[in-house]
Design a protein around this ligand. Sequence first.
Ligand SMILES: *Cc1c(COP(=O)(O)O)cnc(C)c1O
Length: 370
Amino acid sequence: MGDRIFLSSPHMSDEGYEQEYVKEAFETNWIAPLGENVNQFERELAAKVGSKSAAALTSGTAAIHLALKAAGVGEGDIVFCQTLTFSATANPIIYQNAIPVFIDSDYETWNMSSNALEEAFKKYPEVKAVIVVHLYGLSADMDKIVELCGKHNVALIEDAAESLGTYYKGKHTGTFGDYGIFSFNGNKIITTSGGGMLVSDNEERTAKVRFWATQSRDKSRHYQHSELGFNYRMSNVVAGIGRGQLKVLDKRVEKKNYIFEFYKRELGNLEGILFMPSNDWNEPNYWLSSMTLNGRVRPLDIMQALEKENIESRPVWKPMHMQPFFGKYDFIGTGISEKLFENGVCLPSDTKMNDEDLERVVNIIKGLWK
Ligand SMILES: *Cc1c(COP(=O)(O)O)cnc(C)c1O
């Protein structure tokens, strides 16, 4: 059996940039909590995506939580949330004691359907915020979603955890809404071992997020707290890894694109395979190369055949409205997300793969059509 091929594993720079920044943190003893790496990582990421401000946090989930809080979401408020996503998009709605209403996807983007969103606004005009996701590095059709949120004067949060390096009509995902969030978890396009970032053009709100994330400590000599606090701030060591990783983001996007094109060329003509959608306004980061199957070969056949050869793959996210925990909440749509889940599979998209590894993967898959 060949070496294990991963879905998407951490890939540090060949140059050792990450270790340089971490070393700096050690030498200056800025191990924790804050320090220069945190400040610079915020500045560098904000500049990269074109946002006015950023707050470095312990995870993408923490960033979504504080984005909801910054948007004023509290007990009993309704939040529209894309149903086809990872549970971390929806969990923070519950942390805030708010009520999720799940919104379907469309085939054109795999992300939030603007038709379903429009329906949802009719049913719940009192909604407080909308969370849209850019799955697998594909962007949602933001023009329509921004317009609908603007028309109803509702806060828009973009879960861009999977889409660092993805642009929509030349503008970076995560910068269309009031708040955008990124994740640096282990399998994301760049990683800090664990971490997240909130971005916003509203510098005042970002400062408030930093305040909440450091236990909401008032400016006074003694420990005084006028608001509920959280321990959500990124450490200076972790931020050092992030600064190094940011330098190789473009390289990682390039390789992910290469992997996607390789699969498309080799597998695109097999009966029943449809790769994730391309749109001329979308410049994806191709975080995970994904496809749907509508023929004899099913996603499970592919996943089992690959696993037998020590190769990792996974199904497309199971929609939130189908989850036992979230099943009691409302869902608006026609079930396209359910079809994407039933028929979808994510192929190994690890940037450490070489052509030989890619050949191994496509030959196993092609074998299922013989
Ligand atoms: C990874 C991920 C998150 C959560 O990020 P963490 O840093 O792991 O907390 C949220 N949403 C989506 C879509 C993700 O893929």
